[in-house]
Design a protein around this ligand. Structure first.
Ligand code: HDE
Length: 756
């Protein structure tokens, strides 16, 4: 039969109003005698394409994946092709009129290659531009099942996730260890749709109302005239804003504290910040705050170390996360909830739960663990995964709903809107990293970068032409139904509630909860940041803010700035400390901690034994020797991970020195020094080793020596009997004592506090 004739025949039929009828196997479609149908009441499978319709093939005649399948594996085959799959014989030379002649406009390969390159960059995130991420799984305990019907929190459900950590202020290429808040955003690909928990490592925020977000970000970003400083809060516009806008005080003291410079993404807490509303199967609601608790504890760098790392290894956190996962030291966090009765006031123990500058101390509302997050897979392509992932606080699943926190309201708008600029249109949920792992059956159509090939003719409801599909589901079928919360009758106002007005008692609680060494760090941080401001008035205004938190804090900073300490202008709040806020005083597991083992060639057997012992303890040993390559010969030969040129103390959590790590004879070359170093005398300690040891000491790290390594201590000015310094008979004996010390993260006794 002539196929063309068949088509012509069908067209004529449909023009006559005979839509094919039940003979087509399309239920609900009227046959010649059927009456017109009402909207169907039962869902059914999507219509198959008509015989004259077909989507793009997903496998090419040569067996290569194409279309949607190709998106998963962008590169296939062994030979270079252009973007259309045509093989190329040369990609290094433009097409020219003779080897020395002009390049020809007809070079379509040159034009395609350069055109694509010209558009490789997309706009960076307006905030949180610098980040790193990983895939993982979330295993629920089922302990939240009584308060939420969210399927992924039911007992024993495993949900795939992707987590992205970030700094807030810096550009994409900025350094990891700047003083800043960190983002902690997790996408749960649940069977009921995507849930995003877009949080930070600090439990409160700068502002109480989203309308001020552009203000705080403009103040924190580099000055608009010279575009400096990069990724810093230590400048006039930031302190100008936060000193005038005292609701920022709580967030500011948090990141002037040690949480502003985390040791590792693996060692940060995470917080949902806002109060959310959970809904259980019976429709009962509970107010809730989300917490992530790292299994490794909450630890930070010291400021000197953080500044050094900015230069030595700007990718410090990114590298740490990827290395730990690659080594199998998978970072883990427990998800926990603080729950509060959903009372009409939405307060708990007098704390306004809708004010995102408030915490509820864990001592008043304990954090109850509800599941375990394990990050166990590094991305295979940074752009496709970490850069293109798009989080949104409005990505919610049944059982988790929002509250009237005015900061959250603005975020519900912003996170969708920003993707239009960043990812180029409304179809970003189709990017591989953003695709839900639940079936998608939306009626969103077309638009920039549409990659779906939709079927059917009726992307609208109600319809009868697509059999009434898609159908809406009820709450009993996992549909998201907003909690029917009463909205109080009110008059429209641009105004904050009275309960948002106290800006000092919670920051005071934070201050009072810190250990002496943490308080010194906070004083040091304010003194540094304000010392970088040019305007005296900004310093003075900030001192007034500090006086309203605590006189000791204010006096400490005033002293450093050489200014008088003002008196408080508000009564100092009588608040109980919250010990859970302090990072000091507990013992933690050491998985993935890095131990530097320095040797100039002495006791290589001992070094080998320590290396093994470090590995067996789940930590990472790095052998440091005068040059790269190997050290020693024969069976004793060891691979060197860091030479004296590439090793710096900041990479290590503890340092071991074997024997006298002298200049290594001929191996010592002064190439990494600008000036000629002191003349090398055999047997003296290499200045790079004494620098390493003295820095490790200064930063409160455990140090162990054996086999004559005391000489390295001596050369570094480190007393052999100082706290956290171990002189042992063997490397493994030294490590044993070090491990104990490292459980506390740092040798805190070394941080003397000038104020007692
Ligand atoms: Fe964000 N925030 N934010 N934020 N935020 C963004 O979304 C915004 C806020 C947070 O790894 C942007 O996709 C507004 C609080 C994280 O991709 C943007 C307000 C908290 C990330 C945006 C806030 C966060 C973002 C920029 C005030 C902690 C990175 C690019 C109302 C609870 C997510 C993007 C990632 C990113 C807006 C306040 C956390 C512009 C308007 C509070 C972790 O949409």
């Amino acid at each position: 039969a002539n196929p063309l004739k068949r088509v012509a025949h069908k067209v004529t039929e449909s023009l006559q109003g005979d839509g094919g009828g039940p003979a087509d196997g399309i239920p609900g479609k009227p046959g010649p005698e059927s009456p017109p149908v009402a909207e169907p009441t039962e869902p059914r499978e999507p219509l198959p394409p008509k015989p004259d319709q077909s989507g793009p093939d997903t496998v090419s005649p040569t067996g290569q994946p194409t279309g949607a399948d190709q998106a998963r594996v962008a590169q296939s085959g062994s030979y270079l092709t252009n973007a259309q799959g045509t093989r190329l014989y040369d990609t290094d030379h433009s097409l020219k009129a003779g080897p020395r002649g002009p390049v020809l406009l007809q070079d379509h390969h040159l034009r395609e290659k350069v055109m694509h390159f010209d558009h490789e960059r997309i706009p960076e995130r307006v905030v949180h531009a610098r980040g790193a991420g990983a895939h993982g799984v979330f295993q629920s305990y089922g302990t939240a099942a009584s308060v939420t019907k969210a399927g992924f929190l039911a007992a024993d459900v495993e949900t795939p996730v992707f987590t992205r950590f970030s700094t807030v202020v810096g550009s994409r290429g900025s350094s990891d260890t700047v003083r800043d808040t960190r983002g902690f955003a997790t996408k749960f690909y649940t069977s009921e749709g995507v849930f995003d928990l877009v949080g930070n490592n600090i439990p409160v925020f700068f502002i109480q109302d989203a309308i001020k977000f552009p203000d705080v970000v403009h103040a924190a970003k580099p000055h608009p005239d010279r575009e400096i400083p990069q990724a810093q809060s230590a400048h006039d516009t930031f302190w100008d804003f936060v000193s005038l806008h005292t609701e920022a005080t709580h967030h500011t003291i948090f990141f002037m504290g040690d949480r502003g410079i985390p040791r590792s993404y693996r060692m940060m807490e995470g917080f949902g910040v806002h109060t959310f509303r959970l809904v259980n199967a019976a429709g009962e609601t509970t107010l809730v705050k989300f917490h992530w608790k790292p299994k490794l504890g909450v630890h930070s760098l010291v400021w000197d170390e953080a500044q050094m790392i900015n230069g030595i290894d700007p990718d410090f956190h990114r590298r740490d996360l990827a290395d730990a996962i690659e080594a199998g030291a998978y970072p883990q966090w427990e998800l926990g909830i603080q729950t509060f009765p959903d009372n009409p006031e939405q307060t708990f123990e007098g704390i306004d739960l809708l004010d995102p500058t408030n915490i509820v101390p864990e001592e008043l509302a304990p954090v109850q663990p509800v599941g375990l997050l394990t990050l166990n897979r590094n991305p295979s392509n940074f752009f496709a995964e970490t850069e293109q992932i798009a989080f949104h606080v409005g990505h919610l699943v049944p059982g988790i709903d929002v509250t009237d926190d005015p900061l959250l309201a603005g975020r519900l708008f912003s996170y969708l809107d920003t993707q239009i600029t960043r990812l180029g249109g409304p179809n970003f949920p189709q990017l591989p990293i953003n695709r839900p792992q639940a079936p998608v059956n939306d009626m969103l159509r077309d638009g920039m970068h549409q990659t779906a090939v939709h079927r059917g003719v009726a992307p609208y409801r109600p319809n009868s032409l697509d059999g009434g599909c898609p159908f809406t589901a009820g709450a009993d079928m996992s549909a998201f139904v907003e909690a029917p919360v009463r909205v109080p009758e009110a008059t429209k106002v641009r105004q904050a509630p009275e309960s948002f007005a106290d800006h000092f008692s919670q920051p005071r609680r934070f201050w009072l909860s810190m250990s002496p060494v943490e308080r010194e760090h906070i004083i040091g941080a304010y003194t540094f940041e304000l010392g970088k401001c040019y305007e005296q008035a900004i310093r003075e205004r900030t001192l007034q803010v500090l006086a309203n938190i605590d006189p000791e804090l204010c006096a400490g900073v005033a002293e450093g700035l050489g200014l008088p300490a003002p008196k408080p202008t508000v009564p100092l709040a009588d608040v109980e400390p919250s010990p859970a806020l302090s990072q000091v005083g507990r013992t933690w597991p050491l998985d993935g901690r890095v131990v530097g083992i320095v040797t100039g060639g002495a006791d290589l057997e001992g070094v080998t034994a320590v290396r093994e012992a470090v590995l067996n303890a789940g930590m990472v040993p790095l052998v440091v020797a005068p040059t790269g390559g190997t050290i020693g010969s024969g069976d004793a030969a060891l691979t060197v991970q860091r030479s004296y040129v590439t090793a710096r103390s900041v990479e290590f959590d503890a340092v071991l020195v074997a024997g006298t790590p002298d200049m290594g004879g001929d191996a010592y070359t002064p190439r990494d020094y600008k000036a000629t170093p002191p003349p090398a005398r055999p047997g003296t300690i290499d200045p790079r080793v004494s620098l390493l040891v003295s820095e490790a000491y200064r930063h409160g790290k455990a140090i162990g020596v054996w086999a004559g390594g005391e000489a390295a201590l001596d050369a570094s000015g480190v007393p052999a009997d100082a706290a956290g310094v171990v002189v042992a008979a063997s490397g493994t004996a030294a490590l044993e004592q070090l491990t104990e010390l490292m459980g506390a993260h740092r040798v805190w006794e070394r941080f003397t506090t000038p104020r007692g």
